[in-house]
Design a protein. Sequence first.
Length: 318
Amino acid sequence: MQLNRRTILAGAAATPLLGKAVFAAQPLVGKQAPAFYRFKVGEFEVTAINDGFARRPLDGFIKNASLDDVKAALGSAFLPTDQMTIPFTTLVVNTGAKLVLLDSGNGDSGAPTTGSWMANFKAAGFDPANVDTVLVSHFHGDHINGLRLKDGSAVFPRAEIIVPEVEWAFWMSDDKMNAAPDGLKPAFNNARRVFGPIAKDVNRFQWGKEPITGITALQADGHTPGHTAFAISSGNGRLLMMSDTTNNPILFARKPDWTAVFDMDGEQAIKTRRKLLDMAATDRIQVSFYHAAFPATGHIAKLGSGFDMVPMAFQPTL
Ligand SMILES: [Zn+2]
């Protein structure tokens, strides 16, 4: 048989469809494997833990680009062009001295397509009672709701929680809440729901400091006033946790001047994004993103006037 486009398509059409005409002794499994992925950063062992994804309407998602341009960008990345897909991935860093979480996922407060974090965390061999420290990048719900369930219970009972000083000062201020537009008030109330019961025990870090030995907090404001990226360093290993410096980098690495509806200060978010992406590209530092396709780690290449994320290839050994 000659191999051409027509014979390939004909072959695909002849394949039995899912749910029909399955004769194998083993039934279809119908679900994905637990989503965790481990890699080393120097002596540190890092585990990416996925918390599913959310879908958003495209309309209004990017404040300074036309819908046609956004659809074209998604299409060129072979993604659906009728909606925006936003994955969630936290990092667990075992420094040898401490088990540290970078952000906590959606807990039971997210979209129905989220909420798999704890199952994935346990499948990776972790126990929430063993978490020593949670470092928080910023106070949006998808990053902090995993700290406290809707019934009020604390998920990491033993963990010290350390948050950006600037972020705390903004979201926990009654003056800022009273002055905020109505659309932002639920986020202020949610920060109080999560942190209120433990307010006196929440510690705060400043940018440029190292809240955990080997993990430095980097100023990355714009997305929120206190939004923070993390430089993780052990031996010769380096990892830049970008947090929400971009939303899904499939769009925002390539189009760093686009600004998502979640960026509270769009101009500052663009400056931060360009600065950190340029740093990662120039110094060839491995990066992780909170909202990239799982396992949400790779490198940054320069591409035209923007950048591109090159996902890490699966490494079978550590
Ligand atoms: Zn986020």
